[in-house]
Ligand binder design. Structure first.
Ligand SMILES: Cc1cc2nc3c(=O)[nH]c(=O)nc-3n(C[C@H](O)[C@H](O)[C@H](O)COP(=O)(O)OP(=O)(O)OC[C@H]3O[C@@H](n4cnc5c(N)ncnc54)[C@H](O)[C@@H]3O)c2cc1C
Length: 392
């Protein structure tokens, strides 16, 4: 009989088609064989595993939501979310980098201007190049409307000047959907988005950030100095870019919450296995009520977070308003993940500290989940703004 994994029996995948479930199974296998065995080494080497991203691309993991006509699989958001969850059992940082490249391909395929789409999409889909989205700057994160990267109108296009920071995949990406201000007096209505290519003049990559962990994310930045973008490479003009950025963020919030679920599922599995094997005071650890209760809390949070993710995913796939559901999924998952991972580590005693287990890496990635695609406070802000409409 195949090895049973905690969560596998009760993870509801009924929202997926048979073909989508097959892809999730392929991602699970890839996670077990490629990611689990290498993630510690990638972290020690403090680098992005480009070779593993390319390998994942050969399985179709960069094509999930890309339309079939554009060379993709045409699958649902829910499928991408489940892939993100199973890969994160072993390394959320890797999963996040991969999904960000997927999203660049999806964006180019669905809404990208024709010229960069033809030039860049096949290379993204094959995993040859990485993609990312650059909103954040050294001086503006949560307050995205305050970005200072400037876009100046010139004959035939725009000239961009400014700096981006904390961008996933920026350490290696070739394609960056870059947000810039065309008219500071207009605030968010002045922001437009542009297809920027790292190999073109005026693009200077900054060294990747040296972090406490999660280096597979390739978080870094770049400077644009008189970088010319032809009109044919403008993704969204002023007024449209901001709205589209906020539209896409519901999906990102939901899969980040699912990534937290993947990390917790794996950590619970390890803790429970340890509790079945290790004895104290004449009993297995798992037979001590006090030992079990912490993990009962963790298991309950895991299932609650999954339900919130599934609810948000159904709204996203149904093209309904998912702002509240996505914010609630991300808030809940980000707030519970670090303490619950710590509970799993504690349940293993000193053994849980060893780096043969992913729990230490997961804890750092659990912190990352509290910032990416809107911090936990910003989720509170979204939920707070909808209190009257939804609950009064
Ligand atoms: C690993 C990693 C990858 C990332 N990838 C990307 C990417 O691909 N693309 C991209 O554009 N960005 C990316 N980011 C940036 C991320 O979106 C920002 O970190 C996030 O938006 C928060 O911005 P900040 O870090 O500048 O914090 P700030 O905006 O400076 O805020 C600092 C703190 O104050 C809180 N705060 C701010 N305003 C309020 C308020 N009104 N009320 C209460 N609290 C508030 C914040 O929640 C935060 O805790 C990434 C970040 C990390 C860590």
């Amino acid at each position: 009989m195949a090895e049973k994994k905690v969560g596998e029996m009760n993870r509801n995948r009924t929202m997926l088609s048979a073909a989508e479930r097959n892809l999730v199974a392929a991602a699970e296998e890839f996670g077990r064989t490629e990611v689990a065995s290498n993630a510690n080494r990638w972290e020690r080497e403090r680098r992005q595993p480009l070779e593993a991203i390319r390998k994942a691309a050969t399985l179709g993991l960069v094509r999930i939501q890309v339309p079939v006509q554009q060379g993709g699989l045409g699958f649902s958001f829910a499928c991408k979310m489940h892939v993100a969850e199973v890969l994160s059992r072993h390394d959320m940082a890797f999963a996040f980098a991969l999904i960000n490249t997927h999203n660049s391909a999806e964006r180019l395929a669905k809404t990208g201007p024709a010229s960069p789409r033809e030039r860049l999409l096949p290379r993204l889909l094959s995993g040859e190049i990485l993609g990312c989205a650059g909103l954040t700057e050294p001086g503006a994160g949560s307050d995205f409307a305050a970005i200072a990267t400037q876009a100046r109108r010139v004959d035939g296009g725009w000239v961009l000047n400014g700096e981006k920071a904390w961008i996933t995949n920026a350490a290696n990406a070739e394609v960056i959907v870059t947000y810039a201000q065309t008219d500071p007096a207009k605030g968010w209505r002045g922001i437009a988005s542009f297809i920027v290519e790292a190999s073109k003049p005026g693009f200077e990559r900054r060294p990747a950030f040296e972090l406490a962990g999660a280096h597979a994310i390739g978080a870094g930045g770049f400077v644009l100095k008189d970088y010319f973008v032809a009109d044919a490479d403008v993704q969204y003009g002023p007024g449209e870019a901001f709205k589209h950025a906020l539209g896409g963020i519901n999906g990102a919030r939901t899969y980040v919450a699912a990534m937290a679920c993947g990390m917790l599922e794996e950590s619970l599995r390890l803790a429970i296995r340890h509790g079945e094997a290790r004895r104290t005071f004449g009993q297995k650890l798992i037979e001590h009520q006090g030992w079990r209760w912490k993990l009962a809390d963790a298991a309950t949070d895991l299932e609650a977070a999954r339900l919130l993710c599934d609810r948000a995913a159904a709204l996203i796939d149904g093209e309904a308003d998912a702002v509240l559901a996505a914010a609630q999924a991300k808030k809940f998952a980000s707030e519970m993940i670090v303490p619950r991972l710590a509970d799993c580590m504690q349940a293993m005693g000193a053994e849980g500290l060893k780096d043969i287990y992913p729990i230490g890496r997961h804890i750092l990635c659990g912190r990352v989940a509290n910032y990416v695609d809107g911090s936990t406070e910003i989720q509170n802000d979204r939920i707070g703004a909808l209190l009257t409409k939804e609950y009064s």
